[in-house]
Design a protein around this ligand. Structure first.
Ligand code: SF4
Length: 462
């Protein structure tokens, strides 16, 4: 049986497109009003804080060797070394320029290489990026750090995992998606199951502290038998974390998805059964459900952080390090410094033109208001924890919770009737069945969501 609380019927009923709340507000609210100058002012202000935040660096490496047909990422398909080299020249320039903005006493505690396919770069190119990052920012040597990289299993072997560990990476997430060969053919991502599974102990042996595996349900030709076999094999290999993402078919926004036939995709009923199977297999194998799409072994940092009250939602999903300013580096990368979100250019030409002109490539962003801050705090807690104490929000934001959120409390009453939450005098308890629908809880407090439900672009819950 699935873990107590998972109710496929209820999950299906709440299956409306909506944000995943890796930020609040979401990037849909970003506008060109927040430009390079506004971002630089936010950086300068953050340096003046009484205790300036430590830093998290996100480096976007957009290149991939071939397109996966389900892909909804910001990526560029190329096998031309000159194209990659031209990008890296600008990226090095941007890292140095961004580094000059932050005071040297601000330690880097988190680093994430995402893509695209970061391992599409050679070891030398990755090494050179590390050198520029270390020259430009002050990396913590005596505080806990997390250096993570997204790895395409087709681009590494055990020896390369050793070289990535030697560079300084200590966390890896592997994109397995599904180990069924028929599904892999259909999505244009063929990767040998034995090779993939062998990379889990290989990473451990290389010294990685945390190994994560990403799976996707809702892909063409998936069956309960095939996906069940993938889940069983992955659970037996014991990665520290497993993320189960729902494939969202949005071919208008992502034309590559037209390469898959709609009639080969699982229908709503089968998607629901695949998700049920994932919950059943992973919790049955001892994984703890964290929230949204994430499962982790009981001794994993995420489970510990959830218990300790230090879990955070961020652009990569969940994080154990809180209160960091985020510096986004590379095409489309998003930074978050103080009260300002800033996103880089989405087009290569714009990105190059800005950096060639001696400017940062910030093209749009968002300045949080006081109301945004309180809602971000509430939504963040609902995404991470099973309890929200009114007093914590009242202390942090100087307001009376039930008065400030009177309309939202009415919306929550409907969720209470469905058994997702219990509203008490002192706070909101997220009940076991609500843990699988945290996104719906977030939507209740999202002041922008009602205006955006009619527009396409958000994925569904299942
Ligand atoms: S899914 Fe990942 S590896 Fe595949 S095309 Fe998209 S970014 Fe590249």
């Amino acid at each position: 049986m699935p873990e107590k609380g998972f109710d496929p019927e209820l999950v299906r009923r709440y299956d409306v497109p909506g944000p995943r709340y890796t930020s609040y507000p979401t990037a849909r609210q970003f506008s060109p009003a927040v430009n390079e100058a506004a971002y630089l002012r936010a950086v300068a202000r953050s340096n003046e804080d009484f205790i300036p935040s430590a830093l998290s660096l996100y480096v976007h490496l957009p290149f991939c060797a071939s397109p996966c047909f389900y892909c909804a990422c910001n990526r560029l398909i190329t096998n031309n070394p000159q194209v990659v080299a031209a990008y890296l020249r600008r990226l090095h320039r941007e890292i140095a320029q961004q580094g000059r903005g932050f005071d040297r006493d601000r330690l880097v505690r988190q680093l994430h290489f995402g893509g695209g396919t970061p391992t599409h770069l050679s070891d030398t190119q990755l090494q050179e990026l590390f050198t520029t990052l270390r020259d430009s920012f002050h990396f913590a040597s005596d505080a806990p750090t997390e250096f993570s990289i997204e790895v395409d299993p087709r681009s590494v072997d055990a020896a390369r995992m050793g070289r990535l560990a030697a560079l300084g990476f200590d966390r890896v997430s592997y994109g397995f998606q599904d180990l069924d060969p028929k599904v892999q053919q259909a999505v244009n991502r063929v990767q040998d199951a034995e090779h993939c599974l062998g990379l889990i102990p290989a990473a451990r042996q290389a010294g990685f502290r945390s190994v994560s595996v990403d799976l996707i349900y809702g892909l063409p030709f998936q069956t309960e038998a095939g996906f069940g076999a993938t889940l069983a094999a992955v659970a037996a290999a014991r990665p520290d974390r497993v993320a189960i993402y729902a494939y969202a078919h949005m071919p208008v926004q992502f034309p590559v998805q037209r390469r898959m036939r709609r009639e080969d995709l699982p229908d709503a009923e089968l998607r629901s059964r695949l998700l049920t199977l994932a919950v059943e297999k992973l919790t049955g194998a001892g994984y703890v459900y964290i929230g949204m799409d994430h499962f982790a072994l009981p001794d994993d940092d995420l489970v510990q952080a959830q218990a300790a009250g230090t879990l955070q939602r961020n652009f990569q999903g969940y994080s154990t390090l809180s209160g960091l300013d985020l510096v986004g580096l590379g095409l489309t990368a998003i930074g978050h410094v103080g009260d300002v979100y800033a996103q880089n250019a989405k087009k290569l030409d714009d990105y190059y033109a800005a950096l060639d002109g001696g400017r940062l490539a910030v093209k749009r962003g968002y300045q949080l208001s006081a109301d945004d801050r309180v809602r971000a705090d509430v939504i963040g807690r609902l995404m991470c924890y099973d309890e929200l104490h009114f007093a914590d929000i009242e202390r942090a934001h100087d307001l009376e919770f039930t008065r400030y959120f009177a309309p939202e409390m009415e919306k929550l009453a409907a969720l209470q009737a469905d058994g997702l939450v219990r509203i008490g005098e002192d706070g909101i308890a997220v009940l076991p069945r609500g843990r699988y629908l945290r996104r719906a809880l977030g939507m209740a407090f999202d002041v922008y969501f009602p205006q955006t439900t009619a527009s396409p672009g958000y994925s569904r819950v299942i």
